[in-house]
Write a protein that binds this ligand. Structure first.
Ligand code: TXA
Ligand code: MG
Length: 339
């Protein structure tokens, strides 16, 4: 069931209903500022098992616990290093996930049996109101089937997970549209495990030294953060890259000549100056600013799937630090491993 919630004034009745579902080991899809999450009571092994089942995700892939603030995170970790205090002060509530040594309170199902736990305090008013009422950590992976594109709208959740979700709280499109940045604080130097909505430069400004070597690895090979599978966030169609929007249009024309039945989705940054897209191609302008582009990207990938696009032609994005997270998602979506 999907219920529309006003983010500026979430209906307490709806929130109470969501809490009742969660306390009965149910699953509630929640809006966050990044993407929609598939929420389960973070202390309930039955509910946690349902999360993996609903997503079709291996149980070794650890989940993020969502909390209101650093004080709510303290009981879940073995200790809060000074660096975590600084990061929380700078970025919480917001799209930063910190990996820390876990406490005994955290169920094995959350951590994949590992010694660490990932925690973030989201800023979206609906999930915050829910957390206040729940008074417990909310485990929430992105609310999509394993290895498919994360949802930035409630309708994406419904399409991906269907009846496996008991309740979807629909607060409209997500503002950031790309997942949180995951930073590992368990080693001598903080290390980014997943690029995301908080940029590496912004993080470095707070922590000083930072390891930003996010390694793309082949699926199935053991590695530090299971979310780093090379093929991840993938639409069903194939992705091809083009330089400039005019190049994308030209490539579409070539592809259509080779296969007149191809269904092509063009994803470009700026409107093309002169040309119009060939007949039958959909065209979407995502924006020339990395924050706006990120907000639109997954929605465009979902749209392409909906239209049955067999080929997505994507205008390449700049090789600049501000675009790193977007580039990362595009490369995973296309399964091109960049070095
Ligand atoms: O923006 C987000 O982070 C969204 C919203 C719903 O909060 N959540 C999300 O969850 O993207 P998920 O499960 O799709 O991705 C969580 C990432 C994965 O890459 C996972 O491997 C990593 O965090 N992760 C979770 N626990 C970890 C741990 N203990 N150590 C290392 N990586 C961990
Ligand atoms: Mg995910």
């Amino acid at each position: 069931m999907r219920i529309v919630v006003d983010p500026s004034a979430p209906d307490p009745e709806v929130l109470r209903k969501a809490v009742a579902v969660l306390r009965a080991s149910g699953l509630v899809a929640v809006p966050t500022e990044t993407v929609y999450g598939l929420g389960a009571l973070g202390t309930d092994p039955v509910a946690l098992a349902r999360v993996f089942e609903a997503k079709g995700r291996p149980t070794t892939h650890a989940l993020i616990l969502h909390v209101l603030d650093l004080d709510a995170a303290r009981p879940l970790v073995a200790g809060v290093p000074a660096l975590a205090e600084r990061l929380a002060a700078a970025f919480w509530p917001g799209p930063l996930t910190m990996v820390l040594p876990r406490s005994a309170l955290v169920p094995d199902a959350v951590t994949g049996g590992g010694p660490t736990v990932a925690i973030r305090a989201p800023s979206h008013p609906v999930v915050r109101a829910l957390l206040r009422l729940l008074d417990a950590p909310l485990a929430a992976p992105s609310a999509n089937r394993y290895q498919s594109v994360s949802p930035t709208r409630a309708t994406h959740v419904e399409r991906s997970l269907g009846a496996a979700v008991d309740l979807v709280l629909d607060a409209g499109p997500c503002e950031r549209g790309i997942e949180s940045t995951v930073v590992d604080l368990t080693g001598p130097v903080p290390r980014i495990l997943r690029l995301g909505a908080v940029s590496a430069e912004d993080l470095r400004a707070v922590v000083g030294e930072l390891d930003v070597q996010v390694h793309v690895v082949e699926p199935g090979v053991a590695h530090a953060s299971p979310g780093l599978d090379a093929r991840h966030y993938a639409p069903r169609g194939r992705i091809a890259f083009a330089e400039e929007s005019e190049g994308a249009l030209a490539l579409a024309a070539v592809a259509l000549r080779a296969n007149p039945d191809a269904k092509i989705a063009l994803l470009i940054r700026r409107p093309p100056v002169a040309a119009t897209p060939p007949q039958g191609c959909s065209l979407r302008v995502l924006g020339d600013d990395p924050v706006i582009y990120a907000r639109n990207l997954y929605d465009a990938l979902h749209d392409a799937d909906e239209q049955g696009a067999t080929l997505l032609i994507v205008e390449q994005v700049p090789h600049l630090p501000a675009w790193a997270a977007v580039r990362d998602r595009l490369s995973r979506a296309s399964n091109i491993n960049e070095t």
